[in-house]
Design a protein around this ligand. Structure first.
Ligand code: NAD
Length: 306
């Protein structure tokens, strides 16, 4: 198989490239990435071929998709606060970009497209756990752009018979996740600050909860999805129903580090949801054998990488 990863030089994409090349079915992995948030270094020594280009560039997409069997579409501007500052840029990369990727998959002969949506689509709907059939209620431009991502993918399944699968990722964390920038996700931001001896910044009281998923678990499922051509005309939550508050996350890190890092509480952020926890019945229907890496072990692996 030849597999394309859009956003393949980013956090999840570069972990996925490694996982795919461990599979006997996969001969070639090509990353199409404009390096806007990803980095060439993430692919060093992996065997993944990088094409530096944008998913908004049809020629770059067609070059990458030549003779390909599947696309895992991860390219996006992936941050809620970033989308609050520049909603149009998020829309172009995430919504229009997805449409371009789906069109390229049709031009390449109707190959499978697996896309990355987000738990943020549940937004203001506070019901827990999050089931895919629930009403979505995005509260940030990012969440709207991710709703467009999944809706376009599923509509191409209905309209053109394109084999598609839309995952709703929850909070993915692990090695190769960038820290030390304004839009860093919570786990790398906490680990980075703790290792520097700086206080961890918590927006709000820290009792907000997240369903953390280790990146190795996510990439195993993504690789299974393309090697088995799993499709669905409905979105699929990709998380395991655990619910961890940010205060509890600090506690777990304190245990692993052997000291309790200082914490600064600042004002809550616009666009952030309060609680998150997945119902994963649909995920387990498609991937019954998956064994998620527990949070403590995933945090250990993350600390080892830092
Ligand atoms: P990331 O920023 O590390 O990766 C995104 C990659 O896309 C980067 O390498 C970036 O350079 C690339 N990119 C951005 N715009 C592009 C464009 N126009 N053309 C080509 N490449 C472009 O983020 P990530 O955490 O690896 O996220 C991957 C996907 O998963 C994203 O679609 C994100 O929305 C989704 N997601 C992630 C999480 C999470 O917790 N990490 C949660 C929900 C959804």
């Amino acid at each position: 198989m030849k597999v394309i990863i859009t956003g393949g030089a980013g956090f999840i994409g570069s972990n996925l490239g490694r996982e795919l090349l461990r599979r006997p079915e996969v001969m070639e992995v090509v990353a199409l990435d404009d390096l806007s948030t990803g980095s060439r270094v993430n692919l060093d020594g992996t065997g993944v071929r990088l094409i530096e280009g944008s998913i908004l560039d049809r020629e770059a997409l067609d070059t990458a998709c030549q003779a390909a069997d599947a696309v895992v579409h991860l390219a996006a501007l992936p941050s809620v606060p970033r989308s609050v500052i520049d909603p149009v840029a998020s829309h172009h990369a995430n919504a229009t970009g997805t449409l371009e990727v789906l069109q390229a998959a049709r031009r390449a002969g109707g190959i499978q497209v697996v896309v990355a949506s987000s738990s943020s689509v549940y937004g203001a709907n506070r019901e827990l756990p999050k089931r895919e059939g629930m009403r979505t209620a995005p509260i940030s431009p990012y969440a709207v752009s991710k709703q467009a991502t999944e809706a376009y993918a599923m509509s191409f399944g209905h309209t053109y018979g394109l084999p598609t699968l839309a995952f709703r990722f929850f909070n993915v964390y692990g090695p190769l996740q960038a820290a030390g920038h304004a839009y860093a996700a919570v786990v790398p931001a906490f680990v980075d600050a703790a290792l520097r001896g700086e206080p961890l910044t918590i927006h709000g009281d820290g009792e907000q909860t997240r369903d953390f998923t280790y990146v190795g678990t996510v990439t195993r499922i993504l690789a299974d999805a393309v090697t088995r051509t799993v499709t669905d005309l409905e979105p699929v939550n990709l998380a395991f129903g655990t619910r961890t508050s940010l205060n509890a996350l600090v506690g777990q890190l304190a245990d692993l580090l052997g000291h309790r890092p200082a914490v600064d509480h600042v004002a809550p952020r616009a666009g952030d949801v309060r609680d998150s926890q997945a119902d994963n019945a649909r995920l387990l229907h498609h991937f019954p054998d998956v064994e998620p890496v527990p949070l403590r072990e995933g945090l250990e692996q993350t600390l080892d990488w830092f």
